[in-house]
Design a binder for this molecule. Structure first.
Ligand code: AMP
Ligand code: MG
Length: 331
């Protein structure tokens, strides 16, 4: 089957085409356009306007890049949630229009589950991982247990990416700030203690963010604060991931989301995996960030397992929880 997927939960609009080859995923094309706010954070309506302006071109380009024509597409998938309402509605409307005009089936998928499934589908050896999903708005530790993807731990306030972006914005860095903070952190030499806030299996970043801003105002070096911010937040993420692995007795860890590009985070999670005798996986960068190919792949898995969705059922859900999805495609 060939499936076209449309991603539009937040700042990015993406269209990807995938094909299944013996239950593994071949990405045929994966095109993304990202909305850059002129200042401040993402304004949902402006992001949606951006997506509406680019979606038709992205669909055309993605089909062309895959060397396909529209008649070859068997299924249309889209990100049904969680995410920003106006963005989700824009992507869903495009998906419905395309499915109706091509007379092809439509499937709405959970964005967080798609981050996990694209790892299983494209990374050799990755079959049953604990996913550390670290993006702008989302931060969750997810693993399969008893028919569902369960959230073993998550942020109680902002996502790790938002935490880094907010800190970066405060010191005048451009969005996205994560990569710039990573560069500054490399030059840090002194670890400055910050609140290490884990509550049960959940984590909180906002107090830590305020503390980081405060020590900077006190006159500490920006490089040292960036270094300390990364060390503390990434250690919290690694600890919760490790505990989820111990609890579920899983032997694989997978990274996903934009923050998975960070080399220091990779290093820390990889070290933890090695100490546990577990395997460590990261999908290629274009499949870690929000993208249409991962949506297409999960759409395929759901459709292939017998799921069908009417247009009426394709309504978006801003608060679509990872554990609301019945996983019909795994034993
Ligand atoms: P996503 O929401 O998954 O598309 O990821 C976007 C987030 O990833 C933004 O908050 C970025 O600041 C963050 N990000 C991207 N690259 C890096 C990096 N190298 N280190 C830390 N954060 C990053
Ligand atoms: Mg994401």
């Amino acid at each position: 089957m060939i499936c076209l997927g449309i991603e539009g939960t937040a700042h990015s609009i993406g269209v990807g085409l995938v094909r299944d080859i013996k239950k593994s995923c071949q990405v045929l094309s994966n095109c993304i356009k990202t909305y850059q706010p002129e200042h401040g954070g993402i304004h949902p309506r402006e992001a949606a306007n951006h997506h509406a302006a680019y979606i038709a071109d992205l669909i055309e380009t993605s089909v062309k890049k895959a060397n396909m024509d529209f008649a070859a597409i068997d299924l249309i998938a889209f990100s049904q949630g969680p995410g920003l309402g106006p963005c989700l509605r824009t992507a869903a409307t495009a998906a419905r229009a395309l499915a109706l005009s091509l007379d092809k089936p439509l499937i709405g998928v959970n964005h967080c589950v798609a981050h996990l499934e694209i790892g299983r589908g494209t990374v050799r050896g990755c079959t049953d991982p604990v996913l550390l999903y670290v993006s702008g708005a989302n931060t969750q530790v997810i693993a399969f247990a008893e028919g569902k993807y369960r959230v073993f731990g998550e942020t109680l306030d902002v996502g790790i990416g938002n935490c880094l972006d907010k800190f970066g914005r405060g010191v005048g860095l451009d969005f996205p700030c994560g990569p710039k903070i990573e560069e500054l952190a490399k030059k840090g030499t002194c670890y400055l203690p910050l609140p290490y806030s884990i509550k049960g299996m959940d984590i909180a970043f906002s107090g830590l963010l305020t503390a980081a801003e405060n020590i900077l105002q006190r006159g500490e070096k920006l490089e040292d604060v960036c270094y300390s911010l990364q060390e503390t937040t990434f250690a919290m993420l690694t600890e919760v991931t490790e505990r989820a692995m111990a609890h579920t007795e899983k032997k694989e860890v997978l990274l996903g989301g934009g923050v998975a590009s960070n080399k220091r985070l990779r290093e820390m999670v990889q070290m933890m995996a090695r100490d546990r005798g577990a395997a460590f996986f990261v999908p290629s960068k274009d499949l870690c960030v929000d993208n249409g190919a991962m949506i297409a792949w999960l759409g395929f898995l759901m459709y292939d397992s017998g799921l069908r969705m009417s247009i009426d059922e394709s309504i978006i859900n801003q608060r679509f929880r990872t554990d609301m999805v019945e996983v019909t495609w795994r034993g």
